[in-house]
Design a protein around this ligand. Structure first.
Ligand SMILES: [Zn+2]
Length: 199
């Protein structure tokens, strides 16, 4: 597949052939500056995909409800919930999203959608599963190196749940549902989350 220019990426995004999280950092910056600022209330620094969204049937049901609430100029609110007693990962960070509105229009019924992934490629932004993250030296998608020669991760952001958990505890983060995602040919829904780091 040939490389797209930034303008070609933006054209594809506007035709809804590419999602925000699939764009290169340069194309994403241009797109987000124009539209995401209005929709999310901030310009995201990066976007990641929630992990575990298809692990339980209920999460797919909840995501379908979230999808109905996503409008061109508004997205339902989300929350993080640290889960230090999680038996698999003490840094687990749960993602809850409003799935309904009450009679006065307020968002309500926050339900568990999934988790912040443990790992993310610092080059293409792709979420990496726990197993891939723990064992891979290169991103399976873009092939960018994840580790230095001595086995250390290149970018602290690759430990995405640790990184976001820390910012969250320190109150240095803005976050929002970016979109409910669906891949062509796949029945499962996913969640893209937008992040802005405050200084
Ligand atoms: Zn990558």
């Amino acid at each position: 597949m040939s490389e797209l220019s930034v303008q070609e990426e933006i054209d594809k995004y506007n035709r809804k052939e590419l999602r925000l999280y699939e764009l290169s950092p340069d194309a994403r910056a241009i797109v987000t500056n124009s539209s995401e600022q209005d929709r999310l209330g901030f310009t995201p620094d990066f976007v990641f995909r929630a992990a575990g969204t298809s692990m339980e049937k209920q999460r797919q049901t909840s995501l379908a409800a979230v999808q109905k609430l996503v409008a061109p100029n508004e997205v339902p609110p989300m929350q993080f919930e640290p889960e230090p007693t999680n038996p698999y990962d003490q840094h687990a960070l749960k993602i809850l999203v409003a799935t309904a509105r009450d009679s006065s229009g307020r968002y309500t019924c926050f339900e568990e959608i999934g988790y912040v992934p443990r790992g993310q490629c610092p080059n293409c932004g792709k979420s990496l599963t726990g197993k891939t993250f723990d064992t891979a030296d290169h991103c399976p998608g873009c092939k960018a190196p994840l580790r230095t020669a001595d086995g250390q991760f290149i970018d602290p952001k690759t430990h995405l749940n640790v990184y976001i958990g820390k910012l969250y505890r320190e109150g240095r983060i803005k976050f929002s549902v970016e979109s409910v995602t669906s891949a062509p040919g796949k029945p499962t829904l996913g969640l893209a989350v937008a992040i802005k780091v405050l200084n």
